[in-house]
Design a protein around this ligand. Structure first.
Ligand SMILES: [Zn+2]
Length: 250
């Protein structure tokens, strides 16, 4: 089962992809959450309390991983037993194609902060880097069989994935071994690839809009007319290019 919040402003959409979907019942004073079985991915208005929208899909399987694009327009999910993650439109719920190339279950993936790249790891013991828009494969690397998770760096073209730490052994208090259960991280640099403008979302504080630059972490004031446009970071020496989402968080 996988959960993700859309990055869009209110109403937040909670995508519950898996065998269970949270539902809210009761009045404002007494709200209870319970789990209801759904095998297909669902989009749920987190604040509205309405029935979740169950997506029309042939897949009837445990679904994970799951991720929204940085601008919230798309989401990607993979079925537990299939090798092809699907791309979907958040607003319409329409299927927008699949990412085909792995031959085993895709256990984890991540979208780059500019929304242009997706990296995936699979039980076929490969890691693949893709162009997200065209769904074309850019690179394939061999990996260990069990990769726990994967994430892009928020500002520079790198990603990290968790791999079993072969040198780590957990010991009980009486010094008997529990086996190799620790994890380590592996960092990959994307040589020859630069991020495009990094997608950021402005925060609205009493009418004042600001974004935080992922490159230098400075808070930058922006005008409402700049929402949906690109801008360079104004901090000296930063050089980051930012793409402001058209919505702001309040
Ligand atoms: Zn900056």
């Amino acid at each position: 089962m996988a959960f993700a919040f859309s990055p869009n402003g209110r109403p937040y959409i909670l995508a519950a992809a898996g065998t269970e979907v949270m539902q809210r019942v009761g009045d404002e004073d007494e709200v209870t959450y319970f789990l209801k079985t759904h095998r297909r991915p669902a989009l749920w208005d987190f604040e509205g309390g309405a029935e979740p929208v169950i997506l029309d899909s042939d897949w009837d399987d445990l679904v994970e991983p799951f991720a929204f694009s940085p601008d919230g327009q798309f989401f990607v999910w993979a079925s537990y037993h299939q090798a092809t993650p699907g791309v979907w439109d958040t607003q319409s719920g329409a299927a927008l194609g699949e990412i085909s190339g792995h031959t085993g279950r895709v256990s984890a993936f991540a979208l780059s902060p500019d929304g242009h790249l997706i990296v995936s790891v699979s039980d076929d013991q490969t890691l693949k880097l893709w162009d997200f828009e065209s769904r074309t494969e850019l690179a394939t690397l061999p990996i260990a069989l069990s990769v726990g998770g994967i994430a892009f760096h928020p500002a520079s073209p790198q990603f990290a994935c968790s791999v079993p730490d072969k040198n780590a052994t957990l010991l009980r208090a009486d010094a008997t071994s529990l086996g190799q259960q620790a994890w380590d991280r592996q960092i990959y640099d994307l040589f020859g690839i630069e991020y495009g403008p990094i997608v950021v979302t402005a925060v609205d504080r009493d009418g004042d809009l600001a974004v935080r630059c992922p490159g230098c972490l400075a808070a930058l004031h922006v005008k409402r007319s700049q929402l949906g446009t690109e801008m360079p970071c104004s901090q000296a020496g930063c050089g980051a290019r930012l793409r402001l989402n058209s919505f702001a968080l309040t």
